[in-house]
Every structure is written in structure tokens, then in C-alpha cells.
Design a protein around this ligand. Structure first.
Ligand SMILES: C[S@@+](CC[C@H](N)C(=O)[O-])C[C@H]1O[C@@H](n2cnc3c(N)ncnc32)[C@H](O)[C@@H]1O
Length: 220
């Protein structure tokens, strides 16, 4: 499984381009690759509402496009250093180690975003544990937007397709598109909380309104 050492070794070899596919070497290549995804989610991106959690934010490729307040979490401290150097002066943007996930308050995000992250969490139990956390953290009418390695292509021990069955235990997921580039294919997933009862929905709306002033976005 790709652990923090895997990402640190890639970072040592390729620097901040290590979050791109294969041997991405330049800023331009990294951005070209991202633009395929930007086009794939063009319909969804403007609909996303903050607060947003960018889970597995890498070197902050998406931080400029996602709404505010913004929290980027990542496993790799070196990636977070790059993010803080780029965005550290913005008051409504924060970056933290992903181990803080479990301590974030319930219902505190209107959007959770992942791009090529869950595919690298290859143990299904761990994937589902994270989906359970996502379900806990999303507001009642919040949206998870994920772009992840699609089924029907080669699988690796460091990258496995994300499927509806990984998502559906905790959320109601729908495949809304696919992005094909350079022989690779990624699925675009939109997931929401499962249908709630009247009182569940009422509580969800209440939680989502409180989240606007979420205390986790405050700086001490
Ligand atoms: C392929 S990169 C994508 C980065 C970013 N989402 C992007 O699109 O530029 C995968 C990222 O996921 C992070 N990652 C891997 N496993 C993780 C985990 N269990 N929790 C949080 N982040 C993780 C890695 O450190 C890396 O930054």
C-alpha cells in the first residue's frame, strides 16, 4: 500500500510534480493533466459551496478553484509545506495533516473534494472508514465530488479503482462522467447523504447552517 514513505520518495525524486501521473516533470505538464479534470467537472465546480474539505490536497493544485473557507488535508508533510508556501497568506485557507480528519466536527463541510486520492487508499476497510468519516463530516445537503481511477483498467498494488460499492455503504453515489486522457480513465462521482427522514433532514439543515461559522476554520 502506498504509505507516507511512498509519497515522500516520489517527492524527493520529482519535487512538487510528484502528485501528477507517472514521471510528470514540469509545472506545465501538471497543469495540462489537471485541465482534463477541470473540463470533466466544469458543470459541477461552480455549484460547490464552502466550507470545503480537499482531502488528499497534495501540493494544493485545486486550492485556487475550490470555494472558501477551504481546508486541505494530506498525509505527506512535504506536500503541506508546498501548499502553505503558496497559500499561507490567505485567512480562509488552511492545510493540516490528514490525521486530524477524525477530530473535525460533524456536518462541518458543504463540500468534500477528492482528486486521485481514494484510488491510492487500496485497502477496502480503510477506504470505507474514510467514507464513513466523509458521511459524518458532510452537511445534510452537502456534496462529495470525487475523481478517481475507473474500473475496467489495469489495477496496481498502489492504485485501485474506486467503485460504487466502496461509496454506497455510507453515501448515495452516482457516476456523473468519465475523464479519459493518455490511456487512463477516471470516474467522476457525486455522492450525497442517503435519504433522511423529515427529522434527519431538519437536523442536517440545522447542522449545515451552523457549519458556516465552523470553529475549525478559525485561526488562534
Ligand atoms: C495523486 S496525489 C493527488 C493530489 C491532489 N488531490 C491533486 O489532484 O493534485 C495523491 C495525494 O493523496 C495523498 N494521500 C495518499 N494517501 C492519503 C491518505 N490516506 N490520507 C490523506 N492523503 C493521502 C498523497 O500524499 C498525495 O498528496
Amino acid at each position: 500500500m502506498p504509505d507516507v514513505k511512498f509519497w515522500q520518495e516520489r517527492f524527493e525524486e520529482l519535487g512538487k510534480h510528484s502528485v501528477g501521473p507517472g514521471e510528470t516533470q514540469t509545472e506545465a505538464d501538471l497543469e495540462d493533466h489537471r485541465q482534463f479534470f477541470v473540463r470533466g467537472i466544469a458543470e459541477w465546480l461552480p455549484q460547490l459551496r464552502g466550507p470545503v474539505l480537499d482531502f488528499g490536497c497534495g501540493v494544493g493544485r485545486w486550492a485556487k478553484d475550490l470555494p472558501r473557507p477551504y481546508l486541505g488535508l494530506d498525509l505527506t508533510p512535504e506536500h503541506l509545506d508546498v501548499c502553505r508556501a503558496k497559500f499561507g497568506n490567505q485567512h480562509d485557507v488552511r492545510f493540516e495533516l490528514s490525521e486530524t480528519l477524525t477530530s473535525l466536527p460533524d456536518g462541518s463541510f458543504n463540500t468534500i473534494f477528492t482528486c486521485t486520492v481514494l484510488q491510492h487508499i487500496v485497502e477496502l476497510d480503510e477506504r470505507r472508514r474514510i467514507m464513513k468519516e466523509f458521511s459524518r463530516l458532510l452537511s445534510g445537503d452537502g456534496t462529495l465530488l470525487s475523481i478517481e481511477w475507473a474500473e475496467g483498467q489495469r489495477q496496481f498494488d498502489w492504485c485501485r479503482a474506486v467503485t460504487n460499492s466502496d461509496l454506497r455503504q455510507w453515501l448515495k453515489a452516482e457516476m456523473v462522467g468519465q475523464v479519459r486522457e493518455n490511456g487512463r480513465c477516471h470516474t467522476i462521482w457525486i455522492a450525497r447523504q442517503k435519504q433522511l427522514s423529515f427529522w434527519g433532514r431538519f437536523l442536517g439543515i440545522y447542522r449545515s447552517q451552523r457549519s458556516a461559522a465552523a470553529s475549525f476554520m478559525r485561526r488562534d
